[in-house]
Design a protein around this ligand. Structure first.
Ligand code: AMP
Length: 187
């Protein structure tokens, strides 16, 4: 089972991804976590990724696609993956298709976490204040939302056209949304 979690920053897809991984036993992979780890360790990947991440920009596709090859080709991913934070561009989506095909797999479902814009803005400001609000933080989060709209949102139509998009109303309590995810995947 290969599942993609799609949604803007602040949509709660990371939390739901963790719950889904616990419930199904399918491994969750987050490129954001892998990149933050690489930055922390000061690896060459981390050194290349850092300034993009600090600015709320996407790390270039050639860097990410190398990482995806490693992750999707690993033995841990043999039973499928829950993809959190990737693909984020059409080029990455095409790379995911090709890499899964090499293993005889495919993307089975794409969960789209939908949150209205005004609610997202409230969450972004709230999150920035939790992590020690500076205008830089607010600005970086706004930037990430703009990048999502521009570069990642096109994936919604990409997957809808294939009939594998599952839209999830992502406003509500964590258990309520987890229940919608469960029903959406069963349907
Ligand atoms: P996330 O935790 O998924 O929001 O990712 C944090 C940051 O890591 C993003 O703002 C990007 O700079 C970078 N990043 C994570 N995943 C990707 C990806 N698939 N493609 C490009 N950049 C990414």
């Amino acid at each position: 089972m290969n599942i993609i979690l799609l949604g803007p920053p602040g949509s709660g897809k990371g939390t739901q991804g963790e719950l889904l991984a616990e419930r199904t036993g399918v491994v969750r992979v987050s490129t954001g976590d892998l990149l933050r780890d690489a930055v922390g360790k000061g690896t060459s990947l981390g050194r290349r990724a850092r300034s993009y991440m600090d600015q709320g920009l996407l790390v270039p596709d050639d860097v990410i696609i190398g990482l995806l090859r490693e992750v999707l080709g690993s033995p841990a991913a043999a039973g499928g993956v829950i993809m959190d934070g990737f693909p984020r561009t059409v080029a990455q989506a095409e790379a995911v298709d090709a890499l899964l095909k090499e293993k005889g797999g495919a993307v089975d479902a794409v969960l789209l976490f939908e949150v209205p814009d005004d609610e997202l803005r409230r969450r972004i400001i709230g999150r920035a204040s939790q992590i020690g609000r500076t205008d830089d933080n607010v600005e970086a989060l706004r930037q990430r939302l703009a990048v999502y709209r521009e570069q990642t949102q096109p994936l919604v139509d990409f997957y809808r056209g294939r009939g594998i998009l599952v839209e999830i109303d992502a406003v509500g309590s964590i258990p309520e949304i987890a229940e919608r995810v469960r029903t959406g995947l069963d349907a």
